[in-house]
Design a protein around this ligand. Structure first.
Ligand code: HEC
Length: 183
């Protein structure tokens, strides 16, 4: 062995020794962090302990009565029912082309399977044993107050399921407008 190879051999042994020392085999211990820089944030993490609060938690419960964004109740003075919805809820949208087109889009995605493409009550499921719903291209629907229709779409009626979870508020108002235009 020449001098050079002895040097490399020694160098490798020392390197392995050093690496063996700085890394740990204990799975409960963090390993060596090479250039940690910003790995540990200065701010408190959501689930870290926090001595600034009495209960020592960083994530605090919101104050009582807090309403999450997008969950503002639609009616604040009591219970909303099929009977009062028409009088207390007002359609916030303008009856224009954009709202109508969106209403049509949502109608064809969610409603036409039962109510049919034109609202006649002949949707595809009615050909497979589901009892057909009544026609919704009637004077009755056209004369209904927007709030009442909106309530029916949101909460369902009879065999019709509620759509307040699947369809957002704006889309439901657009639907309300659209179904009044069905001819
Ligand atoms: C699963 C089938 C089904 C789907 C999907 C459905 N409906 Fe209905 N709908 C019904 C049935 C059945 C009725 C009749 C309920 C009753 O009076 O017992 C009804 C009733 C209605 C009424 C009241 C009709 C009246 O004369 O009183 C409206 C308005 C209405 N649906 C609109 C919609 C809209 C808008 C959608 C889409 C979001 C929709 N429906 C989706 C089955 C459905």
């Amino acid at each position: 062995m020449n001098q050079k190879s002895i040097f490399y051999l020694l160098f490798t042994i020392i390197l392995l020794f050093l690496l063996g020392n700085i890394s740990t085999t204990d799975p409960t211990e963090p390993n060596y962090e090479f250039v940690p820089d910003m790995v540990h944030s200065v701010a408190y993490d959501a689930f870290s302990e926090n001595p600034n609060y009495k209960d020592n938690k960083t994530l605090q419960l919101p104050p009582e009565g807090t309403i999450p964004i997008g969950f503002l109740p639609e009616y604040l003075d009591g219970e909303l029912t099929l009977e009062n919805a028409g009088d207390v809820l007002n359609n916030p949208l303008l009856a224009n082309e954009i709202n109508n087109e969106r209403g049509a889009f949502v109608y064809h995605n969610f409603c036409s399977v039962c109510h049919g493409p034109t609202g006649a009550g002949d949707g595809s499921v009615t050909k497979r044993g589901v009892p057909p719903p009544p026609s919704i291209k009637t004077e009755k629907i056209k004369n209904m107050k927007d709030g009442e229709l909106y309530f029916i779409i949101s909460n369902g009626i009879g065999n019709m399921p509620p759509y307040n979870v699947q369809i957002n508020r704006k889309d439901r108002w657009q639907l309300t407008q659209y179904i009044k235009t069905l001819k």
